[in-house]
Ligand binder design. Structure first.
Ligand code: CUA
Length: 325
């Protein structure tokens, strides 16, 4: 098996579940296809024209057969559907205790930032046995973040956030790919994922001190004079304190979840959805701020969440709290 592996290494908590579903699909496909071709072959031989002028009798339907060959495939595809759906939902929702990391795809590299601020390019160091949630953005075109050994793959579309989570279960070094054609150097947009013992990861993290995303975000918040409108008296913009993860009322009566996507949208196209009670006076920051800086600003805005936050923001709260030491 070492010389001819069918699947990549199994190195994340749900990798074997994906494989199991895949094997099921493959076996059903092989058995069905083989059955059909064997039947075609058998009938071709058995009922061939023997040159004696005999013709077969006409057959006008067979209710049992028709129900059998309709219901049997239906059962199999429904198994595939429900199995796939359950697995999909499991893979879509990161556990609450996940570590949060940022990934920005850019022609032609992956830029990663850890919760303490350590950054790397085309390499991602990960602690063993700890769920990790990636918030991913693209600086230019569509890329796809793919670590085959984790069975984790997610398109990163410009202009919106993608998330992906996994829990590495095996120490080692694994391929990291861009799995979507993104220009001439697409094939060079590759890297490595290093899964380390948690204490090795801690040591690695401490090896280089950099401004944490929250600190960098606070600095950017000052650079762009966000506080002029969003803090203090006579606010021209809504307060950002404790808003993350809550529903916000909009001009026009609708509501929107105050999440990463809404914060980003409000910087890029501020007129799109204005918070109730405010005039549409915010300027756009489109083209003036990088995706990485937007993610840092979001980290800072998230850190403004008070401790009694709703469960939806729980994963981010410990990271933010830790960084304010
Ligand atoms: Cu990025 Cu292909």
């Amino acid at each position: 098996m070492k010389e001819f592996p069918i699947m990549p290494e199994v190195a994340s908590s749900f990798a074997w579940q994906v494989d199991l579903l895949y094997y099921f699909l493959s076996i059903v496909t092989i058995v069905m296809t083989a059955g059909i071709y064997l039947a075609v072959f058998y009938f071709a031989v058995r009922y061939r024209d023997r040159g004696d002028g005999r013709l077969p009798a006409d057959v006008h339907g067979n209710t049992f057969l028709e129900i059998f060959w309709s219901v049997t495939p239906l059962v199999f595809v429904l198994i595939m559907f429900f199995w796939g759906t359950v697995l999909y939902f499991h893979m879509a929702k990161a556990p609450d205790n996940s570590i949060e990391m940022f990934v920005v795809g850019k022609q032609w590299m992956w830029k990663i930032q850890h919760p303490n601020g350590r950054r790397e390019i085309n390499e991602i160091h990960l602690p063993l046995g700890q769920p990790v949630r990636l918030t991913m953005a693209s600086e230019d075109v569509l890329h796809s973040f793919f670590i085959p050994a984790f069975r984790a793959k997610q398109d990163v579309v410009p202009g919106r956030y993608a998330t992906l989570w996994f829990e590495p279960t095996k120490v080692g070094e694994y391929h990291l790919f861009c799995a979507e054609y993104c220009g001439t150097q697409h094939s060079g947009m590759i890297g490595r994922a290093y899964v380390m013992e948690p204490r090795d990861y801690e040591a690695w993290l401490a090896g280089q001190t950099q401004e944490s995303p929250v600190e960098a975000g606070r600095r950017l918040f000052e650079t762009y004079n966000c506080a002029n409108c969003h803090e203090g008296e006579n606010q021209r913009g809504p307060s950002l304190l404790g808003q993350f993860g809550k529903n916000v009322n909009l001009e026009g009566g609708q509501q929107v979840l105050f999440d990463e996507a809404y914060i980003r949208e409000s910087m890029m196209t501020p007129m799109a959805r204005v918070v109730s009670g405010f005039r549409p006076v915010m300027p756009t920051f489109r083209g003036q701020i990088s995706e990485e800086d937007i993610l840092r600003l979001i980290s800072y805005i998230k850190s403004l969440t008070p401790p009694a936050a709703p469960a939806a923001t729980a994963p981010s709260a410990p990271a933010g709290a830790g960084e304010r030491r």
